[in-house]
Design a protein around this ligand. Structure first.
Ligand code: ZN
Length: 335
């Protein structure tokens, strides 16, 4: 254990080693976790720290001191800033099937960062089946705060949290475990959001479900069309696999020989409702043997309007940098 204890309790008040003048036992401090007497080690070489007197260093000393410090800071400031709650769509299973077709925003912010007035702060008070590090009362609502130093929330605790339906934020202080000064903690714990993350947020989750439903509704027509296209591709893939004999190259290898690089161009289109000019990036491939569009001496095809409905289209590859286009393959084959 390399973690040195920077805090002790003196007359019930959390004190930092730098604020203690007396060395050794004369510091008159006890461990906030186990209550053992502490000696103040204020040598010249090592970082100043407390050590347990005539007993082994207890496991939870640093963690408990941090909890206590964080609680006191929040109680003093009576404020707490929550980080934004957002979802990254390409990490969501929900979109796995449709994200190759619909134009998804990368990040959806559901709850914005906000500073709340805190009315009460409790330390390590039991909530039904588990003990959160800190409970904040914000108006009528409760927010649980977990201070992570060496232990992070495990699956078991997470399940209990979800069952309870109370929002939980984790503050990751592992980077600062070797020493933490109160002034620094104030930023990290109260107003800062850099080290905070949502473990569970039922309100945010509900907003997310709402967002997804609205998104699907808004894109319903397009989605249905693309679903049909997707099924078509699946069917064609199966047909290909069936025809394929043993020893022949895999479908994937065959497809990778028939990639077309996606290019982009920008256009402005007029919004039907508002009449506004809206810039849009269009993905296209060229040349297109199907002769969809003509520009600068070459035929090209827009992916969303042409390729997706084309019988030669077999989906995207390489993170949408290429499409699989079998046009040339079949054209040459038929000759
Ligand atoms: Zn102790």
């Amino acid at each position: 254990m390399s973690i040195k204890l920077p805090y002790g309790l003196k007359d019930g008040v959390l004190v930092h080693i730098q604020d203690i003048q007396e060395r050794g036992l004369a510091c008159n401090c006890i461990c906030s976790a186990c209550g053992a007497m502490l000696v103040a080690r204020k040598g010249n070489k090592k970082n100043h720290h407390f050590a347990h007197y005539k007993s082994p260093e207890c496991k939870h000393a640093v963690q408990t001191a941090l909890h206590l410090a964080a609680k006191e800071i929040i109680a003093q400031e009576q404020k707490f800033t929550i980080p934004e709650f957002s979802k990254v769509t390409n990490e969501e299973e929900f979109f796995e099937d449709i994200d190759i077709y619909l134009d998804l925003p990368n990040k959806v912010q559901l709850i914005s960062e906000k500073t709340y007035d805190v009315h009460n702060v409790y330390l390590e008070k039991k909530v039904s089946d588990f003990v959160p590090d800190i409970i904040l009362e914000i108006g009528q609502r409760k927010l649980l705060v977990e201070i992570a130093v060496t232990h992070f929330i495990d699956e078991n605790k997470y399940k209990k949290i979800v069952a309870e339906g109370i929002s939980v934020i984790e503050i990751d202080l592992s980077e600062f475990k070797d020493d933490f000064e109160l002034e620094m903690l104030k930023d990290l714990v109260v107003t800062g959001v850099k080290y905070k993350r949502w473990i569970y947020n039922p309100i945010g989750d509900k907003e997310w479900d709402k967002w997804k439903a609205e998104f699907l509704l808004e894109n319903d027509e397009e989605r249905k069309l693309y679903e049909l296209e997707r099924k078509k591709i699946e069917r064609l893939n199966k047909e290909y696999d069936k025809k394929q004999q043993k020893g022949k190259e895999s479908r994937e290898a065959f497809y990778l020989k028939n990639l077309k690089a996606i290019n982009t161009h920008s256009i402005n289109y007029i919004d039907n409702k508002t009449g506004e000019l809206i810039p849009k990036v269009i993905s296209h491939v060229s040349p297109c043997p199907e002769k969809n569009k003509y520009f600068n001496g070459e035929y090209y095809a827009n992916i969303d309007t042409h390729c997706i409905r084309c019988k030669y289209f077999r989906g995207y590859r390489n993170e949408r940098k290429h499409i699989i286009c079998l046009a040339n393959y079949y054209r040459n084959k038929d000759k």
